[in-house]
Ligand binder design. Structure first.
Ligand code: SF4
Ligand code: SF4
Length: 459
């Protein structure tokens, strides 16, 4: 009995040393100094206590072990408790969304132009707010409060490239069709998307609510009704760089957004050229020239869920992705939507993005029914207005989201728990507050802004 308790305490000591130590080392790799300090401190403290406990009399060692076993059993029971479950409810919109209503389309309207007059005759309530936004410095403006000339020049260069690609989204279809079976074609297209640089990829059957009702920007006549009769949509994600996004809302964020719009456009165009070459129609949907609502398509393709901040969140990177879509008639096999509602359940209790949003644009209440669909809706007007003050696309919500941590074994272990247990969701949220906070106006739930990477000149 005596030696068995010593072996058990030493084993537990090594488990805590390795567990916290691995977390600490991976936090160093992520540049998360506070998390590294706490984890390495916990590794040293708990393992030392357990090793020292070996020097105690047998009765005391047994008492410590019994307490730890009891705590472990209680932890398993709490993990399995069916708490905090949410029903998905109906999250399918009833109608189609008009692209003219999105902020990017409204921002392009030139006062006095026929489009300007026509739009505000249609939506008079939007005019005063939009004119106010138009009078701000604007995205990538040197007069903006977060202006950084080099970073803005880099972002501008990427946006120029996306703009140059905008008319390439569609084209002639090759005569003669490849007759590969749908299952084989689906496998090939998905693997090819990964080979081209996508992070995750899925297929959805295209639904009317995926498609904007009227053109708001991009190719085609402004305000024209949209018809898109493709049967399938290939949706994919590209990863946004963790370090660049952690500096949100500083200028590296807009550099990274612009760069990943280029990547998403490149992959989408490559896929669409390929499919047309195989004898089937295909249209790429890229920044500034969409006909579909990419987050809805990607959600229905099984890539993730739409969270509180209104962005698609994928299981391994959360919202830290950009999306690309290709619609086509190529015979494909659609994916199912992601099972489970753990992401929505986590958003219900988290609210970190809402608490950290500088313009208070993210709701703190429960999902509400909007156009027949249960969802959260951010205030896109105030969000976009803030972008036009600071000159970047902010991204603070994306940076603070607990799902945005890197895809590595330590965070994936937490994600596994979050997926399977309501209690684990609460513990994970508490840990996120403890390991990553900066005591400030948010009462300790405001993760620190990471500095702008050294290689980007200031000013
Ligand atoms: S920060 Fe929290 S509430 Fe906001 S999207 Fe991420 S998980 Fe959901
Ligand atoms: S991008 Fe910034 S302003 Fe907009 S919702 Fe996110 S945190 Fe708020």
């Amino acid at each position: 009995m005596g030696s068995a308790t010593i072996i058990s305490l030493i084993t537990l000591g090594f488990i805590t040393l390795i567990g916290f130590g691995a977390f600490g080392l991976s936090s160093i790799g992520e540049g998360e100094r506070r998390a590294a300090r706490i984890a390495l401190g916990a590794a040293a403290f708990t393992s030392s206590l357990l090793f020292l406990a070996c020097l105690l009399p047998t009765g005391a060692r047994l008492a410590i072990l019994s307490t730890m076993v009891g705590a472990g059993v209680a932890g398993v029971i709490l993990f399995l408790l069916p708490i905090g479950r949410v029903e998905r409810g109906n999250d399918v919109p009833q109608g189609r969304f008009d692209e003219r209503d999105i902020m990017f389309a409204r921002a392009r309207l030139i006062p006095g132009s026929p489009e300007y007059e026509a739009y505000y005759a249609l939506r008079p309530k939007n005019q005063a707010g939009d004119d106010k936004t138009r009078n701000l410095p604007g995205l990538l403006s040197p007069a903006a409060s977060k202006a950084n000339l080099m970073a803005f020049a880099s972002a501008e260069a990427s946006f120029c490239l996306t703009e140059a690609l905008r008319e390439e989204v569609d084209g002639p279809v090759a005569p003669g069709r490849s007759e590969l079976a749908a299952a084989d074609m689906t496998s090939f297209v998905k693997n090819l998307a990964g080979y081209y640089g996508s992070y995750t990829v899925g297929i959805a059957e295209l639904q009317p609510y995926h498609i904007y009702s009227h053109i708001g920007r991009g190719s085609g006549e402004y305000g024209a009704p949209i018809t898109l009769d493709h049967r399938y949509a290939i949706a994919f994600t590209v990863e946004m760089d963790y370090t660049m996004m952690k500096s949100a809302p500083e200028a590296p964020v807009v550099m990274e957004s612009a760069r990943q719009y280029v990547e998403a456009a490149r992959v989408a165009l490559q896929l669409s050229y390929l499919i047309r070459g195989l004898g089937y129609p295909a249209r790429a949907h890229i920044d500034g020239n969409y006909r579909i609502i990419a987050p809805l398509v990607a959600r229905d393709a099984g890539l993730g869920e739409i969270g509180r901040m209104g962005l698609l969140m994928i299981p391994t990177l959360g919202p830290r992705v950009r999306l690309g879509v290709v619609t086509t008639d190529l015979p494909l096999i659609p994916d199912q939507r992601s099972p489970g509602t753990s992401m929505i359940a986590f958003c219900q209790i988290c609210q970190k993005c809402a608490e950290c949003c500088p313009s208070q644009s993210i709701p703190t209440n429960d999902r509400a029914e909007i156009d027949g669909a249960l969802r959260w809706r951010i205030n896109a007007d105030t969000c976009f207005r803030y972008w036009n003050v600071i000159g970047t696309d902010c991204g603070r919500c994306m940076a603070v989201c607990p799902y945005s941590h890197p895809n590595n074994p330590v965070h994936n272990l937490v994600r596994w728990g979050v997926r399977h247990s309501g209690m684990a969701r609460r513990v994970a949220l508490w840990m996120d507050d403890v390991f990553y906070p900066q005591r400030g106006p948010g009462g300790g739930r405001q993760p620190a802004h990471q500095p702008v990477p050294d290689w980007i000149p200031r000013g």
